[in-house]
Design a protein around this ligand. Structure first.
Ligand code: AGP
Length: 598
């Protein structure tokens, strides 16, 4: 997953592109680069390993150009080096390309081009496209005609921006499966991977569809659909939300800021959904749950764990067959969708390629599709039949925290709504969760000292049953992804079937055991671990002292609501563990915020 951006207008492109790259860095940040041109066809090319900050430091000349393209990279093909950073170019350094996606057949194309005498300067898949366009430009009369021909050879996913020094003040953009949006300003344009950088220039955007090619010139733009083989009338949308640059001047990291926004995210997400002891979903007008005989929830990573929570809820509340599936598996399953299938995709970014592709398959096969998505205007929001936006606000840290709480809250309200609001007294308790989440966040010091006391351990189990099983998986993922510490989430009942073999004094276990219907079972698992000298951290509302390494008290609530109280604690635990290991918390190694490549 990478970020691409292109500017053409009457301002200085350099600052606009650098500022835009900073807003796209959550998509990948191992290297970056740009090329800008001035009206006399001179250009300035700079690329570097590292973030936009490193690029700024490398840019010596204040080259005054009014158009150009830029890229921030999460490496797929080719190591993290200056040469592999984009933009890539052809043999004569006249054609420049930035790319988000994967060219699956790049090896055979590269081999053929090498035999024709092309000289390559990188190990990337992207570079083949610059040389392909170079070849076709010898036969075609314009850059757009050459791109039209070259793209036909490409298999895989792409959002390309292409420029040529010999065709000044022109940017060609084309996409398939990877996002690309056009911002239309006053005599200036911005093409980008998502609306974030665009929203600072203009609110008018054109969402491009697969195989749309945008030909951008100083005096305007055209869109040619390669699918329909004709020009199409562009539909100008308005970005109807404010993307505030999230100021983070009181928290050390965006992740901590966003954990502390979990109660607010909960409140914002449910705000317009509960009226006089009833749950309402205006977004779902026309959706008749009575016509549904099976429900499937899908997502990736943390969003998948929200799906698991939803599965238990829907089975309890609706007594309808409900599955939760990892999207990267579901998209290759031969699942029998039909118009009685309710397909719910969950995604913070709305761009995760596996979830997006699973959604497209479900929609093609006739399922009714619902999206629970945080980023407005993202690809998934424009495909689902019904869209429910979580209102967590921009989530900039790679680790998803407040968006997860928002996803859980929508899922609970959906279960309640589909079950025709059958036990309204639960809503009072549900509404009290906002304050209870704040109470959990106030345990910051207690959690930080627990993390510091356990900092030398290299392996952890997280155990939970039913509603706490997804939270056990979430806790383990967070420790892995930001502290780089091995952790596994397990259904507590599974311990005896193998995992308990690893337990000894150096293998602590976090047991998530509220006093719900499975409490006694979880306590038996806890005793089995203690009997083998395993250290146990117990998170529970029980008043009893279980003589464990550490016991964290949470308030009592309904069985299905405990995940809202435990989640802030396991997020804080992972955060402080990573902090005391001095990790790059907001930009953990090897990861990016939005996985738009397979
Ligand atoms: C969560 O902390 C991770 N960053 C990752 O698992 C993430 O949840 C997953 O990639 C799905 O992202 P999405 O919600 O944007 O689809």
């Amino acid at each position: 997953m990478c970020g691409i951006i292109g500017y053409l207008g009457n301002k200085k492109a350099l600052e606009i592109l650098l500022d835009g790259l900073e807003k796209l860095e959550y998509r990948g940040y191992d290297s970056c680069g740009l090329v800008i041109f001035n009206s006399s066809q001179n250009y300035y090319l700079q690329k570097t390993v590292g973030s936009t900050k490193a690029l700024r430091e490398k840019i010596k000349s204040l080259f005054e150009g009014n158009w150009g393209i830029a890229h921030t990279r999460w490496a797929t093909h080719g190591g993290v080096t200056d040469f592999n950073a984009h933009p890539h170019y052809d043999c004569r350094q006249e054609i420049f390309v930035v790319h988000n996606g994967i060219i699956e057949n790049f090896k055979e194309i590269k081999q053929r081009l090498l035999e024709k005498g092309h000289k390559f300067s990188s190990e990337t898949d992207t570079e083949v496209f610059a040389h392909l366009v170079e070849d076709y430009l010898k036969l075609e009369k314009s850059l757009e005609e050459a791109v039209k021909k070259a793209i036909k050879e490409i298999e895989g996913t792409f959002a390309f921006l292409v420029v040529s020094k010999n065709e000044p003040e022109k940017i060609i953009g084309i996409k398939k499966s990877s996002p690309l949006i056009l911002g239309v300003g006053k005599n200036e344009f911005l093409l980008a991977s998502d609306p974030t950088p665009i929203s600072f220039l203009t609110k008018n955007v054109v969402y491009l569809d697969d195989y749309d090619m945008v030909i951008l010139k100083k005096d305007g733009f055209q869109i040619f659909s390669l699918k329909e083989n004709k020009y199409k009338k562009p539909k100008i949308n308005s970005i109807d939300w404010e993307i505030k640059t999230e100021q983070n001047n009181i928290f050390e990291h965006y992740m901590l800021k966003e954990i502390f926004e979990e109660a607010k995210a909960f409140g914002e997400t449910i705000k317009d959904k509960i009226q006089e002891k009833k749950v309402i979903f205006e977004e779902l007008n026309g959706l008749k749950i009575e016509r549904i005989n099976k429900i499937i929830l899908t997502g990736c990573g943390t969003a998948y764990y929200a799906c698991l929570y939803g599965k238990y809820l829907f089975e309890d509340y609706l007594e309808k067959e409900t599955r939760a599936e990892i999207a990267s598996e579901l998209r290759y399953e031969n699942y029998s969708y039909d118009k009685k299938t309710l397909f719910i995709c969950i995604s913070q970014s709305g761009e995760t390629i596996d979830t997006l592709e699973a959604l497209k398959i479900a929609k093609e096969k006739g399922a009714i599709t619902v999206g629970i998505i945080n980023v407005p205007g993202s690809s998934m929001t424009r495909i689902v039949d019904y869209l429910i936006l979580t209102k967590a606000g921009p989530e900039l840290a790679v680790a998803s925290t407040k968006a997860f709480i928002s996803q859980l809250s929508i899922l609970y309200l959906l279960a309640f709504y589909f079950a025709k609001n059958k036990n309204p007294d639960y809503l009072y308790e549900f509404l009290s969760l906002k304050n209870k989440i704040e109470e959990m966040l106030a345990k910051k010091e207690e959690i930080e000292s627990l993390a510091k006391n356990l900092i030398d351990f290299k392996n952890f189990y997280y155990l939970g049953r039913k509603y706490e099983y997804p939270i056990a998986l979430e806790g383990a993922l967070k420790l892995k992804e930001i502290a780089y510490v091995h952790a596994e989430g397990y259904p507590a009942g599974e311990m005896k079937h193998g995992p308990i073999a690893l337990i000894d004094k150096d293998f602590p276990t976090i047991v998530l055991a509220p006093q719900d219907s499975l409490f006694e079972k979880s306590i038996s698992n806890l005793e089995e671990i203690k009997a083998r000298k395993g250290k146990v951290v117990l998170i529970s509302d029980s008043e009893k002292d279980f003589e464990v390494y550490s016991q964290i008290k949470i308030p009592q609530t309904k069985e299905e609501f405990y995940p809202f109280l435990i989640t802030p604690l396991i997020h804080l635990f992972a955060y402080f563990f990573a902090k005391h290991l001095k990790r790059e918390i907001d930009r953990p190694r090897n990861l990016a915020k939005s996985v738009t490549v397979e």
